[in-house]
Design a protein around this ligand. Structure first.
Ligand SMILES: NC(=O)c1ccc[n+]([C@@H]2O[C@H](COP(=O)([O-])OP(=O)(O)OC[C@H]3O[C@@H](n4cnc5c(N)ncnc54)[C@H](OP(=O)(O)O)[C@@H]3O)[C@@H](O)[C@H]2O)c1
Length: 327
């Protein structure tokens, strides 16, 4: 297909795209219109573009063509296809932010001064979420390490966020990451080694719940365990066994907010006995969306605006209820 073969639909209303897999099921479809009213831009509509996982490169180029050449197509938030879309359509972007160049993916497509921009917002948005969970100086205070299951987009973003922390007390001494395929671990290692860091990174290729659990049980008290595999939402199960013990006084962070969330339930079961702080991915969802909206609509996402939008979204949030196993 040549460039001229791609279709461009001339939109009659300003349109913000959500590029994903099952976009209709996301909370954003209900939240977005309320947010646009709140920021005084009720004319902007959201439209989902669903691609199957690892879609044909031409399909990604069609999506980027629509945004690039239709004046009322304002931009997009990209999920799941962050790496594939950039690889398929890199030459169509006029500018790529350094975050996109470093991580090799984009979650935000926007237009500025006639140029098409790609940004990787996850290092910022995963970072904002993690900072809100830990508070300042967490690692200096606790001596905890980080164990992250999954070396995909989010795992890499969390690593990058911690590497760039200025204060020693905000950086863990050790960051262990496990992943099913070796390829993602190599890519993460290449990113880490291109940067200057005193964090010791340990890469473990496994998807074995027993092995993941052993790694978790070897952590010092106060450590942070993150489920960035998509298990419990995109695929069934959890990266750890039901019997595995979480670190005492530690943090368990399930980065999704919907689905069966097995890992979150496993952590909730030990909340009291291990004095565990248990978090889900709702805040990450909010930061992810508000930062891309700010980029696409050229608005400032200050604290007051973020809080206002967070309150609106909370009214529409699907309930998350802890159910002990077997009940
Ligand atoms: N709350 C939010 O707003 C928010 C924001 C971002 C992401 N998320 C969610 O977070 C999840 C991860 O996102 P992502 O963008 O990082 O996805 P991703 O790039 O697909 O990464 C997931 C990684 O986990 C690995 N994996 C799968 N099962 C594993 C296991 N049992 N043990 C170890 N590694 C395993 C995969 O390995 P392979 O290399 O073998 O495939 C893959 O590299 C998704 O469900 C996404 O929807 C939520």
């Amino acid at each position: 297909m040549s460039q001229t073969d791609y279709r461009v639909v001339t939109k009659t209303v300003p349109t913000f795209y959500f590029v994903g897999v099952t976009t209709r099921q996301s909370s954003i479809m209900k939240v977005f219109p309320r947010w646009m009213e709140a920021i005084g831009r009720p004319e902007i509509v959201i439209e989902g573009i669903d691609h199957p996982i690892h879609d044909n490169p031409e399909a990604y180029r069609q999506t980027v063509t629509q945004i690039k050449y239709d004046p009322l197509s304002l931009g997009a938030l990209v999920t799941t296809h962050k790496i594939d879309l950039l690889e398929a359509a890199r030459d169509m972007f006029d500018e790529l932010h350094s975050s996109a160049l470093l991580t090799g993916e984009i979650s935000s497509i926007s237009k500025r001064d006639g140029k098409l921009w790609g940004h990787a917002k996850d290092p910022l948005t995963a970072g904002l979420s993690l900072d809100a969970i830990t508070g300042e100086g967490y690692f200096g205070r606790t001596g905890g390490h980080v164990l992250c299951f999954g070396a995909g987009g989010s795992g890499k973003a969390i690593a990058l966020h911690l590497i760039t922390k200025q204060n020693r007390a905000d950086r863990p001494e050790r960051f262990i990451v496990t992943n099913r395929s070796a390829d993602r671990l190599y890519k993460m290692q290449a990113m880490v080694e291109s940067l200057d860091t005193d964090i010791e990174f340990v890469y473990v290729q496994t998807a074995d719940p027993q092995r993941n659990s052993e790694l978790m049980e070897s952590l010092p008290d106060g450590s942070i365990v993150i489920n960035a595999t998509g298990m419990g939402k995109d695929t069934p199960g959890s990266p750890i066994t039901d019997e595995a013990l979480f670190p005492r006084n530690g943090i368990a962070w399930e980065i999704n907010y919907r689905g069966d969330l097995d890992f979150w339930h496993q952590a909730m079961a030990q909340k009291e006995s291990r004095n565990l702080t248990v978090e889900d991915g709702w805040l990450y969802f909010l930061h992810g969306w508000t930062q891309v909206i700010a980029e696409v609509l050229h608005i400032e996402m200050d604290e007051a605006t973020f809080q206002r939008l967070a309150e609106i979204a909370a009214e529409l949030r699907p309930p998350l209820v802890y159910k002990p196993r077997g009940k």
